[in-house]
Design a protein around this ligand. Structure first.
Ligand code: AMP
Length: 283
């Protein structure tokens, strides 16, 4: 039971006319499409926990800088819909895939949502305007769809934290859930951007997950200084690393002796594609 919606007016009408009982809830999964098992894990969780699910498929121009891959980002609506249909859901799934960016951000649209501090770390250093684009579109989608529950992948851990912060700071009545990273058997985290990689590139990309794993293993056995050293030397010796950092998971601050929950996060360039991945560790 999948219904495709390409116009915002149509979305608002459908949402307005939904007849919900107090037991009903709406789950929402925002995506940029080119769906894979990582996205499907979020949709399946939403289907399981809610009476109906909205999925958005929108390559959001606001989260790409002019030199980034907005134009070449894979747009595969037909196969995305086929994948969603393959879930054979008995519950309704509404796929909001705006026909053009103007459906989401009309010409007179002026409002930006910006979360400070958290957005300046990790990816924010290389992509200083990225998270502003993300929070602006997610807020907009939240206000159009008015879900009760929303589902994000921990693959984009910083994004998940930033959305949580926005929702908490603005008291939005929406639960934000972060779901585990889905990986290939090789350890490579699934990503729409993997489709840009040649087979050699895919092999080279394994470095990212492997190094995160090594740093995490050192932390696990209590060798904090060795872990820090490995992260530092790795970045110094291989120019394709954008960052490889060990941070406090909830704040993205530098860990202290009291830190219990860590995120080990990396961004790595392979054939001009920037890949991100992370591991969470609670000691
Ligand atoms: P995107 O289409 O890349 O914007 O991703 C949409 C949602 O899917 C985000 O919440 C991502 O974190 C999540 N996602 C992407 N890749 C994965 C993955 N490998 N495992 C789990 N979630 C993922």
């Amino acid at each position: 039971m999948t219904q495709l919606i390409t116009k915002t007016n149509e979305l608002l009408k459908i949402r307005h006319e939904l007849k919900l009982t107090p037991e009903d809830s709406i789950g929402f999964v925002p995506t940029m499409g080119n769906l894979h098992q990582g996205h499907l894990s979020l949709i399946e969780e939403s289907l399981q926990k809610n009476s109906l699910t909205f999925v958005s498929i929108f390559v959001n121009p606001k989260q790409f800088a002019p030199h980034e891959d907005f134009n070449k980002y894979p747009r595969t609506l037909e196969s995305d819909l086929a994948l969603i249909n393959s879930l054979n859901s008995k519950k309704p799934i509404y796929v909001y895939a705006p026909a053009t960016p103007l459906e989401v951000f009309p010409e007179n649209y002026l409002t930006q949502i910006y979360v400070r501090e958290l957005t300046q770390k990790l990816c924010g250093k290389t992509r200083p305007t990225h998270f502003e684009g993300v929070t602006t579109v997610v807020y907009r989608l939240f206000s159009l769809i008015r879900p009760h529950n929303s589902y994000f992948g921990l693959k984009d851990y910083q994004q998940y934290l930033v959305i949580q912060k926005m929702v908490n700071d603005l008291n939005l009545p929406i639960n934000v859930f972060g779901l585990p990273i889905v990986r290939e058997a090789s350890g490579l985290a699934l990503s729409s951007r993997n489709s840009f990689l040649s087979s050699e590139g895919k092999a080279a990309a394994l470095t990212l997950a492997q190094l995160l794993h090594k740093v995490t293993a050192l932390l696990k056995k209590g060798s904090f200084n060795e872990a820090l050293q490995l992260a530092k030397i790795t970045c110094e010796n291989d120019k394709y690393w954008d960052y490889l950092e060990i941070l406090e998971a909830d704040t993205l601050n530098t860990p202290t002796l009291q830190t219990k929950k860590f995120v080990i996060a990396g961004a790595y360039y392979v054939e001009k594609t920037r890949l991100i991945d992370n591991q969470l560790l609670t000691l």
